[in-house]
Ligand binder design. Structure first.
Ligand code: COI
Length: 357
């Protein structure tokens, strides 16, 4: 167990709260931020005393390496409030270990677990009013690390800043998602940073995703960079295919994010007696399954997106509409996951972590 209680933390409380100006029923994802943020600097080879301060703009020299080389990683996690007012995190240790894996790949220092939990839990205690109860409501938490050293030679920085900011959230995608299977652009390559939550992985998707959006698709399902023959992930989500009653998803690799929601769904599928086939997923197999009616569902899974059904895909100038499924796996997994996250169902795998207020 982590005991973050003895970590010294400098706290500067906001004099006023912005909460009264927030319409929690009409939130656009990632636009509204809570009153406080957590900050910890890495200087002279060590993490300095962390602090919590009012959410505010940052000031860095224009030469800070993050602006030039994108030396930055982040995480996505959520806090939930149950009907009794208790606050819960979902598998937070997995986020901590993943941000450190991402940092290591980007030649950045790892962040100590005690500091991570001390900062996170204190921040949630201070901004607890921003977490709305009820299924579908959550507080999206964004830990991130940036290279702050003012120097533009292309090498790892000597100074970094670790931060946590929080944003009340509802659904990431409203309604069904239409996707394009990638045929030209790639998200990641063998030996690259695809498995990491590196900021640049997301920036590199913006241009092809904008082209896809112009054609009426919200997302791209990325294929392997070598052949474009195998489906990998959707960039904001891992991806699952339901062929008859078997769930199929690509194995994680150095190109694919090891999603915590992905892992949880594979476990829930096993708990529900659903066969899961973790294997390379040929585009041809999915197109053939769509033609012969055995493709019942495609859905994405991620922290922000939770479980998002895909209603159509395009590949090779052919559009495939996926009929609405009776007994949808996507709906079932979403319900089961949200009930565990919101303390409405038994947590038999020990995924919930209570934040004592
Ligand atoms: C998340 O699901 O937390 C992510 O990091 C995806 C992000 C693009 C919103």
């Amino acid at each position: 167990m982590i005991n973050p209680l003895n970590i010294p933390l400098n706290i500067q409380k906001s004099e006023t709260s912005k909460i009264k100006n927030v319409d929690f029923e009409n939130l656009t994802f990632g636009r509204t931020f809570t009153d406080h943020m957590f900050v910890c600097d890495f200087i002279d080879g060590k993490w300095q005393q962390p602090k919590i301060m009012p959410y505010q703009a940052l000031s860095f020299e224009p030469s800070a390496r993050v602006f030039h080389y994108g030396q930055a990683v982040f995480e996505g996690m959520k806090a939930y409030k149950d009907e009794a007012g208790k606050v819960w995190l979902f598998r937070p240790e997995d986020n901590h270990s993943r941000i450190n894996k991402s940092s290591a790949r980007l030649a950045m220092p790892e962040f100590p677990k005690e500091y991570f939990f001390k900062g996170l839990e204190t921040l949630l205690q201070m901004d607890a009013d921003w977490i709305q109860p009820g299924l579908g409501n959550s507080l999206y938490i964004r830990p991130f690390v940036i290279a702050t050293e003012p120097a533009i030679s292309a090498s790892p920085a000597n100074s970094y800043r670790f931060m946590i900011i929080c944003s009340p959230a509802k659904a990431y995608y409203s309604g069904k998602v239409r996707v394009l299977f990638a045929e030209k652009y790639s998200r990641s390559a063998n030996g690259g940073v695809g498995f990491a939550k590196a900021a640049g992985n997301y920036a590199a998707q913006f241009y092809p995703t904008t082209l896809a959006q112009e054609k009426g698709y919200q997302q791209i399902i990325w294929t392997d960079a070598n052949t474009h023959e195998f489906l990998e992930e959707a960039g904001t989500m891992n991806i699952f295919f339901r062929i008859n009653d078997t769930l199929v998803t690509a194995p994680t690799s150095d190109r694919i994010l090891d999603g915590i929601t992905r892992r949880s769904i594979i476990q829930l599928a096993e708990d529900n007696g659903i066969k899961v086939d973790v294997k390379r997923v040929p585009v041809t197999e999915i197109k053939e399954a769509a033609r012969n009616g055995s493709l019942k569902e495609i859905f994405g899974a991620g922290t922000a997106a939770v479980v998002s059904p895909i209603s159509a895909f395009e590949h090779g100038n052919e559009v495939f509409e996926i009929p609405e499924s009776e007994n949808s796996f996507a709906n079932m997994f979403k319900k089961q996951l949200e009930e565990i996250q919101n303390n409405l169902a038994e947590d038999k795998h020990g995924w919930r972590h209570e934040v004592v207020l």
